[in-house]
Every structure is written in structure tokens, then in C-alpha cells.
Design a protein around this ligand. Structure first.
Ligand code: FRU
Length: 470
């Protein structure tokens, strides 16, 4: 939500969207002195994609965002594509001019058929930005796709490490000063999903739940190639020694961070104690056609990240970050019950539904409004969760939108649904399986209907529904 108020029907209430115009990927995520910076791919003249700028917003709590002036404009080297930002605490770049630590943004300059990496810096807590006069800092070695630099400080080698998306693989580079970059290694040509181009990598060191050790995870967006079509994010667990990333997965294995159609280009914040990421809640298959008016595009809820280790099999765990600023009112709360058919009236979105289940149940949860319904089906027989958008109101804006999207599941122990004006994020089994989907009901959701698929009622430990206000 921005501080601006808007009457737009699909304007998210608990997710960031720009007051006006087009956004896509989150960029330059960096935390500095109590502020989370969110830059993003922005086209300030239109609600469709065009020459990219970096828009900018800040938040103290990851919930309430204030939009700031555009940070980076296209120039003679090209448009400003995706990238990252860091705080250069030790002034390795020599770009610091005053008392504040210098923030450095590392981004892709996208010129006519030529992508290269450049930097810009800010000495006033991200308020104004100067492009480095020696740009570009990393030239293109003759690759069509050579973009989306994500940089972090690697303690062990005292170097900045950059991950870069290069079509069908990720390249790693190192630098002592963010200006001079040296090629280290490549990963991925024969690994994971290659249904489309690789984009927006992020190499992160994640805590393994219940263990002292941490583990490296390489995040890679791919478009198309997603498990339900179009854009999606895969990840590889493994090891990084300062030079090379080696995965513990076999070549054909695909691990998806989010099985939904609308979670793309997510990367983590630099400088937070806990890894936190945010994604663009959209899909390139229909992103330019979604039926919003003044703005187009929004971000997901920020999510904290960790890993679970089950006998050497590592799974990403994502938990939504809900700020204390979000007030919740309990609308419905029942323990140890069962239903064959249960209807609960709900107030306008946003709200959240928290269910704890006894077993692999089979039921549908329908979010119903006058303008249509979104059906979420928990199928204990085929062991999958499905989101059915085929009756979800406005679906005709793109032939790719109406869909029945599936996520495999071995159990349903609990599920948390965050429902905003035009999106649902499903966190199943403590965030081990996640699905993000947008939808556009012409009108709000009025009731939730829980309906058993089978003759027997569905038993539950808890169903709680809470409205959310900011
Ligand atoms: C991902 C992406 C990036 C690129 C940017 C352009 O959605 O295609 O690879 O930098 O968007 O806006």
C-alpha cells in the first residue's frame, strides 16, 4: 500500500503498487538505517512495459511504503534494467563523499541488443543518485542476454560477488571495489528448467532450520518454463566456495520456489539480518494486459527465507512478513470441528485464512463474490492443490490467464492464505509449498465456502479468518 489513497478496484491494500504506471521486477533491495529500499523496473509514461527506469519506494516496516522520486533514468548507454544495491560500509568503491555510508546500485544498461553492467551511487541515504563516470563497469562478452546483476559481500574472500543471468546459465564475477570485475565461473547450462531464458539470479546463504550450518542457494527466475506456464522461480541448493557454485541436485531436478503463476523476479534484501525477499506478482504471459486502470503491477508480500533439511533433501521455507501495523480482527475462529459445507461471510479484502488440518483432506475453498469465484482445491486423493481461475470474474483480457494451476503436496498440515484485492498467496505446511496467484473478480469477495469433495465431512483442528487493515 502507498500513502496515496485510490479508489481503484484492484488496488492492493497490503501489497506495494505504484500510484501510477507500469512496474515489474523489484530492484536494488537494500536496508540502511531503519529503511527498506525497494526500487523497481518502472515505466513512468505508461501502464505497459517500455524504456525502463528505476522507480523507488521506502518503508520502515515492509508494509507501508512511501514512493520517492525516480532514482535512475535511461541514458545514452541504454535503459536501466534490473539489478541490486549494496551499502559499501568500508568505502571499497571510494565513492563515499560525506558521513553517510555510500549506497551503490549495480544494474544492467540495456542498449540496442547490448547488455552491460553499470553502477550508480548515493551519498544521501538513497535520495539522489549519480551514475559512475566510468560506466559500464562490466562489458558484454558477446552474449545476447547478460543482465540482472545481484551483488553481495563475501566475507571469506573479502570480495563483492556478482551473479549474472546469461541466457541459459548464471555467471559469477568478483570485485574488490564494485568497479573492476573478474570472471569466476558459470553454472547451470545442463541443470534445472530451461523452458525459457534465465533471469534475476540471487546467490544466498540460508539458515537450515534446527542446524548450526548454513547452506548456499542459487535463485534463478525462468521465463517461460514455469510449472504452470510462463514465468516462475526455480532454486538450486548447494555450495559456494567463493569461486564456484556446485549444486547437490541432479541435472534434471527442478525445485520451484512458488508454484503459482504470479511470483517472479524475486530477490533478497541486502543488509538485513534475516534473508527476506519480495517478488513481482505477475507473469510475462499477460502482465501487459491485466485489468487495472492507473497502475499496472504489484509486489508480493515480503517473505523471510530459510531451509529445511530432510535427510539431505533441502526445501526452501518462506514465511510472510506481516507487520504489527497490520491490525487484524477475528471474523471466525473454530477448533476441532468438521464440515461438509460451510459458508462464512467475510468483509472486504484483505483478509487471511489460517487452517490446521488433520490429514490429507479433500475439499474446495471457494472465494465467492458477485463477480465470480476463485476455487482452491485441496485434493487428498491425487495429492495436489489446485487454484482454478476459470470462473474468477475478469479472465478475458488474455488467453493465458484463465487456468487451473497445480502444486503437488504430500500432506496438508496447515495453510495460510493472504487474500488481497487481486491476489492470493498460499503458504502450505509452514511455507514449504507456496503458490501465488492473481485474480480479478469484478467486485469484492463476500463469502468463503468450504466444501468437502467426498461423502465424509472434512475434519480440521482450526479454521481462523481474520480481516486485515493497515
Ligand atoms: C525480468 C526482466 C529482467 C530484465 C527486466 C526488464 O522480468 O526481463 O531480466 O532486467 O525484466 O524490465
Amino acid at each position: 500500500m502507498t500513502k496515496e489513497t485510490s479508489v481503484e478496484m484492484f488496488r492492493p491494500a497490503m501489497h506495494f503498487s505504484p500510484a501510477k504506471h507500469w512496474i515489474n521486477d523489484p530492484n536494488g533491495l537494500v536496508y540502511y538505517k531503519g529503511e527498506y529500499h525497494l526500487f523497481y523496473q518502472y515505466h513512468p509514461h505508461s501502464t505497459i512495459w517500455g524504456p525502463m527506469h528505476w522507480g523507488h519506494a521506502v518503508s520502515k516496516d515492509l508494509a507501508l511504503w512511501e514512493e520517492l522520486p525516480i532514482a535512475l533514468y535511461p541514458d545514452e548507454l541504454g535503459a536501466i534494467f534490473s539489478g541490486s544495491a549494496v551499502v559499501d560500509w568500508n568505502n571499497t568503491s571510494g565513492l563515499q563523499t560525506g558521513e553517510e555510508a555510500v549506497m551503490v546500485a549495480i544494474f544492467t544498461h540495456h542498449g540496442e541488443d547490448n547488455e552491460k553492467q553499470s553502477i550508480a551511487y548515493s551519498n544521501d541515504r538513497g535520495r539522489t543518485w549519480v551514475k559512475y563516470e566510468g560506466n559500464p563497469v562490466l562489458l558484454n562478452p558477446d552474449l545476447k542476454d547478460f543482465r540482472d546483476p545481484k551483488v553481495f559481500w563475501h566475507e571469506e574472500t573479502s570480495k563483492w560477488i556478482m551473479s549474472l543471468a546469461c541466457g541459459d546459465h548464471i555467471r559469477f564475477y568478483a570485485s574488490p571495489n564494485l568497479k573492476d570485475w573478474e570472471y569466476l565461473s558459470s553454472f547451470g547450462e545442463t541443470f534445472g528448467n530451461h523452458g525459457g531464458v534465465w533471469e534475476c539470479p540471487d546467490l544466498i546463504h540460508l539458515k537450515v532450520e534446527g542446524e548450526q550450518a548454513k547452506k548456499w542457494v542459487l535463485i534463478v527466475s525462468v521465463n517461460p518454463g514455469g510449472p504452470n506456464g510462463g514465468s516462475a522461480i526455480q532454486y538450486f541448493t548447494g555450495d559456494f566456495d567463493g569461486t564456484t557454485f556446485v549444486t547437490d541436485q541432479c541435472e534434471s531436478e527442478e525445485k520451484w520456489a512458488d508454484w503459482g503463476r504470479d511470483f517472479y523476479a524475486a530477490v533478497t534484501w541486502s543488509g538485513t539480518e534475516q534473508p527476506i525477499w519480495i517478488g513481482w506478482m505477475n507473469n510475462w504471459q499477460y502482465a501487459n494486459q491485466t485489468p487495472t486502470a492507473e497502475f499496472r503491477g504489484s509486489m508480493s508480500i515480503p517473505r523471510s527465507l530459510s531451509l529445511e533439511n530432510k535427510e539431505g533433501l533441502y526445501t526452501l521455507i518462506q514465511k510472510p512478513i506481516l507487520s504489527d501495523k497490520m491490525e487484524s480482527d477475528t471474523i471466525f475462529n473454530r477448533q476441532d470441528g468438521s464440515f461438509k459445507n460451510l459458508t462464512v461471510k467475510v468483509p472486504e479484502q484483505p483478509f487471511m485464512v489460517d487452517m490446521k488440518l488433520n490429514s490429507l483432506s479433500s475439499f474446495a475453498l471457494s472465494l465467492k463474490g458477485e463477480g465470480g469465484q476463485l476455487d482452491i482445491e485441496f485434493d487428498g486423493v491425487s495429492q495436489e492443490l489446485r487454484v482454478d481461475r476459470t470462473k474468477s470474474g475478469m479472465i478475458g483480457f488474455s488467453e493465458h490467464f484463465a487456468s487451473l494451476d497445480t502444486m503437488p503436496l504430500e500432506s496438508f498440515e496447515d495453510v495460510l492464505l493472504l487474500v488481497d484485492k487481486a491476489s492470493v498467496e498460499l503458504f502450505v505446511n509452514g511455507g514449504r509449498s507456496v503458490m501465488t496467484e492473481s485474480f480479478y473478480l469484478a467486485g469484492s469477495i463476500e463469502a468463503l465456502e468450504f466444501k468437502s469433495f467426498l461423502k465424509e465431512p472434512v475434519e480440521y483442528k482450526q479454521i481462523r479468518i481474520q480481516s486485515i487493515s493497515l
